[in-house]
Design a protein around this ligand. Sequence first.
Ligand code: CP
Length: 320
Amino acid sequence: MNYLSINDIDHLPTWIAEAIKLKSNPMEHKKLGTNKTLCLLFFNNSLRTRLSTQKAAMNLGMETMVMNFGGEGWSLEFENGTVMDQGNAEHIKEAAQVVSQFCDVVAIRAFASLTDKEKDKAEVVLNGFKKYASVPVVNMESSVGHPLQALADAITLEEHRSKSKPKVVLSWAPHPKALPHAVANSFIEMMQLQDADFVITHPKGYELNPKITAGAKIEYDQKKALKDADFVYVKNWSSYSDYGKVVSQDSGWMMTKEKLGHAKFMHCLPVRRNVVVEDAVLDSNQSLVIEQANNRTFAAQIVLKKILSPLTPEGEQKTT
Ligand code: CP
């Protein structure tokens, strides 16, 4: 199996329960990954994804190889039939097959360009590896999604849920740079699998891909959206319609302690203090950001465990 999007989760509540169980005994399946190697390829920077995914692999007894592909690998060509007489030195066809010979699972981080909407939607890097690699592929944040983050967020929500149907708000926040849509997209996809009162709030002009937000409640008035919230997930993203542009930096959308009320605060990190959210929130016991980051290990571990678990004769993953 691959883990490319939230849609690769067959039953979210089961995965969450298994991840929480793993958390209580992280080394329980230490033998599962013996003599197996995870290769992590980074086309972009990372702190949490890089360390938590390696930690997850180590907990399962795997070896890891990490490469900063963006800065250190040969520049890759993804188009078929190209006359490669320009900057790109290696084709994805060879690169993916070669990498597959060195490992049992390959994990890829490749952000959106935010300049070419169609190319970003086509997920050329992730899908290039999916097409030509001969080993399972894990998405460590692609142009369109960050399903390891969303799975960690689902685990965190479950651990802090005090009612069966909590109110969860995804609130846009200002940021000086144009950021991708991946975290927000996967969070929305994950929330659509949850029993929750889910609301998205953002200024006009920051509507996300309507295919992803279909059926979700969108409230342009942040104050109204935040009323009686149990969890507030804050994230910046750039415009989707005016692709990759920062169309507003309204500091009035920054999350404050007053706006948060009694809700728990969530953010994927890294976060810009006093731009996205004020210190008083991050430094309070309402903030779940460190726990979210910790749960990245168990999200990655459950994904790798599912991939490594031997298939039953019926073709189902064993859930031992
Ligand atoms: N949340 C997250 O993916 O963090 P990194 O970019 O540091 O990996």
